[in-house]
Ligand binder design. Structure first.
Ligand SMILES: C[S@@+](CC[C@H](N)C(=O)[O-])C[C@H]1O[C@@H](n2cnc3c(N)ncnc32)[C@H](O)[C@@H]1O
Length: 254
């Protein structure tokens, strides 16, 4: 299932560059993508560096419709987060987790568990949307993400609003990791990407509207219907800005 991500091309390019920097500066032989979605990031690593790394992707594949589940192939092993194989995936020199942290149900436990899958001195690269509220378009994004958090919670699911980098650094203190590098960055969006982004956001609201009946509670349905309509109006009026992201590289200390 496609993890929802705006401006997909530009984030792919940004992540690939970051990962290649890490690969060129460290002795890495194995890479795990934790919350890999369809596995595009691993496929791109394999395409750029054929046969060089042992690659593994983790996601909740068994919860996806069969037809949409990506398959392991070549050096890429895809493992279901809820399956027996998960506990036996072994250890890796690098674990990456992109745009997934705000989906972790129990972030401290997940981060501690990720460390168990790291070799001694292994690296964790984590990147996600950064919560920033400097402009109207960013405020629109943040209101969206608060509504998403509330909506997911009411459906018995989990989707946190976007973290600030300070919150993430605080979460990482719970795991045996020392942070080597942490940055907030702005993805360089041009006019065309801005427009595409706004259009994607509007489509996303339409998809969410289709789920309203799953709430099974008129009061919630009414509240979210209003919230979604307001979200659409605000995107129309102020635009939406998802360009702030954080990147953190940390090393396992135990
Ligand atoms: C927004 S998508 C991002 C997918 C991909 N990493 C990317 O950058 O396009 C977030 C993904 O993380 C997965 N995810 C969230 N929490 C997870 C966890 N604890 N273990 C494994 N996968 C997780 C979700 O199922 C979803 O596919």
């Amino acid at each position: 299932m496609k993890g929802y991500r705006l401006f997909i091309d530009i984030t792919d390019e940004f992540l690939d560059k970051k990962i290649d920097e890490i690969l060129s500066q460290n002795n890495i032989q194995s890479i795990c993508d934790y919350g890999c979605g369809e596995g595009g990031l691993l496929q791109r690593i394999e395409a750029r560096h054929p046969g060089r790394f042992k690659l593994c992707g983790i996601d909740y594949f068994s919860l996806w419709p069969e037809a949409m589940r990506p398959k392991s192939s070549g050096s890429i092993n895809l493992v279901d987060r809820n399956g027996d194989e998960f506990k036996k995936i072994g250890a890796f020199d690098l674990i990456v987790s992109t745009f997934a942290l705000h989906h972790y149900r129990l972030p401290v436990t997940e981060l501690q568990q990720i460390c168990e899958f790291l070799n001694p001195n292994g690296l964790l690269f984590i990147s996600d949307m950064h919560f920033e509220n400097k402009t109207d378009a960013e405020a629109t994004k943040n209101i969206d993400s608060f509504v998403d958090e509330a909506f997911a919670a009411c459906l018995g699911k989990f989707h946190r609003h976007h973290y600030t980098i300070e919150e993430v650094l605080d979460l990482l203190k719970a795991a045996p990791l020392s942070v080597i590098d942490s940055k907030i960055q702005r993805l360089p969006l041009d006019e065309v990407q801005w427009r595409k982004d706004g259009k994607n956001s509007l489509e996303y609201f339409t998809r969410k509207r289709d789920l309203l009946s799953k709430l099974n509670q008129p009061v919630l349905e009414q509240w979210f219907r209003n919230a979604f309509s307001q979200g659409v109006e605000m995107i129309d009026r102020f635009g939406v800005d998802y360009s702030a992201v954080f990147t953190i590289i940390a090393k396992k200390t135990e």
